[in-house]
Design a protein around this ligand. Sequence first.
Ligand SMILES: [Ca+2]
Length: 262
Amino acid sequence: MTRLKNAMPISALTLLMTLAGVSAANESGPRWIWYPENAVSEARDADRFFRVQFDLAENPERADLWVVVDDAGEFWVNEEPLDDPDERRGGCMRFPVARLLRAGTNVLAAKVHNATNVAGLVARLTIAFPAEPERSVVTNGDWKASREAAAGWTGGGFDDSAWVQARDLGDAWAAPWSNYAAYDTAPLVTDAERAARTAALYGRRHLEDAVFEHVSLRLGSHRFSGRGVRPRTDAGNGRQRHHKAHSESSRCLRTETHGNLR
Ligand SMILES: [Ca+2]
């Protein structure tokens, strides 16, 4: 596959896709967020604080919080600290939190520690009710962020008007986290969100025309091989579509590899 010689680094691909508005097409799913700063230079060995407030119509029947942090985190639901997770899938941790949620106003809070390099938080809280339809609370730019914690910051009575909006760093597939072999988006996104993203990447008609083929990719020190999707490029803008196809194929392949290893 000679065109693989032209494959771009993932970071450049992500930039291309962001410029093309691809990331914005999937705003309903969880987003990687952080305090609005350059974490690499401004948040080395530092803590940042995040919170979101939401209302529930009734007491939940089941509720699972799935979260991934770069590099470490502590979490609270309505001021109650969460203990060790019940389950881990790669870097993704699951906390059962139904007993801590209630009808009315609730607060989910996170203290995230960045050791070095980039930093972020992505989470999905899925809540099932006896009567109401299931709903999710996800990390996104609506969350509030702060460099400092103040008394009561994990609770509903706290005035977070002085906190800033969290910075949206991209969807659950955002680089660089999606480049790590252990990172798995499966617990974080719904099938519908995954399908919407795929459609946004390729366009529905384009995806229907896609060709499945055996591909082998080398990204940095990682090599992936298996069946990938290669959209046709006989329409305009073929060069960019090739780049998107490479990126998506590499992620599909990695997901398949994980499935085999789990
Ligand atoms: Ca980090």
